[in-house]
Each structure stands twice: as C-alpha cells, then as structure tokens.
Ligand binder design. Sequence first.
Ligand code: URA
Ligand code: SF4
Length: 245
Amino acid sequence: MESILRFLFALHGHSRAAFGFCQLSGLGPHLRGMTTRSKTSAGSRELPALSGSLKKLAHEAEHCRNCDLWRNATQTVFGEGDPHASIMLVGEQPGDQEDLRGEPFVGPSGKLLRNTLEEAGIDLKKVYFTNAVKHFKFEPRGKRRIHKKTSGGEIAACRPWLDAEIAALKPELIVCLGATAAQGLLGRAFRVTQHRGELLESSLARYVMATVHPSSILRAPDEEARHEQQAEFLADFKKIAALKL
Ligand code: URA
Ligand code: SF4
C-alpha cells in the first residue's frame, strides 16, 4: 500500500514546468489494478529499515540472507559509483560477469550502457549504478550460467537495500532500466513501452525515467533493429544529459 500511496502522491502532489517534463496524470486508468509492492516470498523476511552511508550499506549487504539468491551466487553486487551522483541507474540484477567481479554493469550490457552514457555526454563519474536485486539469479546450462528472471518476492526482499541507497544518495534522477526495475520502483502496472523516456514525477527523486534494459538491445534480431534500438536508447540519455543535473 505504501508504494502505491507514494506513487499516487507523486502523480498529483505537485506540478513542475521543466524542460520536457511530462505530467503523468494521464496514467490514471493504468494505475487501476496496480498491485502494491510485491509480497515477500516464502523463505524471505522483511528487512528492517536500513540506513547509513553507501559504503556502510555495501558492507552490510555482503552478509544479506533475506532471500535465497545468495546461496548460489558468488557475492553480493551492491551499487557502485559517486556517492554524490545526481543520477542513479537501476538495472534488474547482476549478470555473470558482475557476479564474478562484484561490480554492477561490467559485462556486455554494462559496456553498451556505459558507452551510450558517454556518447550522450554524461560523465560516468557522476552516475551511480545499481540493481533492483543484488545477487545473480541463474540456471546452470553446461558450463554456462544463464540469467533467470527475478521474482516479485525477490525484488521485494531486496527493496530495502534499494530504498536505503536512494535515501543515502538522494539522486535528482532515477533511471529504471527495463520492466523489472521500472515495475519494482513504480508499481507492477507500469509499462515501459507506454512511458519510455518520459520524465515522470515521483516522490523517489525529482525525476524518474524508465527506458529499456541494454540487454534487450544486445538481443535485437538483426543489425538493423539493433541500430534502431541503440539510437532510441541514446536519445533517452541525450534527454537526460540536457537536464544538466
Ligand atoms: N544487467 C543488470 O541489470 N545489471 C547489471 O549489473 C548487469 C547487467
Ligand atoms: Fe539479500 Fe537481495 Fe541478495 Fe536476496 S538478493 S540475499 S535480499 S541482497
């Protein structure tokens, strides 16, 4: 309930006339039926409210056992970046390489993301990278570990860490990369396809934007589609760069 109230408040609470700013009041119908923050799955507990510096939080999260994902993963992959960053990027979960290195967005989709940010003129040093879920969820397939989609319960179990990161960083803009991050933060009725690239009002930060996950670009069916999707992704980040946060 709390998250839907926060979202509703965010939608109607205040208006702002900023460059390219999009009021979300038209979202009304889509809010109906929107579920509250997903219930924690069996085997996971509600973490107490977490607070403290990002460094302290990262250290504490190393020992998190709040859902079962820690069991098969190598390590917790906490958020990383400038503790004074004005932009927070939120992905779904660490991938294979992130799990091994303990850093977010260092694998193939991370490279695509970082290159896009740089091309848009966003200083990587001013960005904080994190994920909705901090442990890698996978299925072994031969020698490979294949990404497995996180459940609502796992996202809910990990949410206190994300909330604590937002509280510690106080970013001006939160960018949700893909539907998992967007629905985790904005509610399950949120559709990236409908609101992609819009600057939304939210109580989470001055602005929230949702766009696709960079891995979807890597999965494009052919070169032409990939180019097109890459150009749209770049356009989203150019819009962000123009905010000069
Ligand atoms: N994909 C994500 O969502 N997060 C990462 O850290 C890496 C890949
Ligand atoms: Fe804790 Fe999140 Fe890891 Fe689950 S995924 S054990 S909630 S840090």
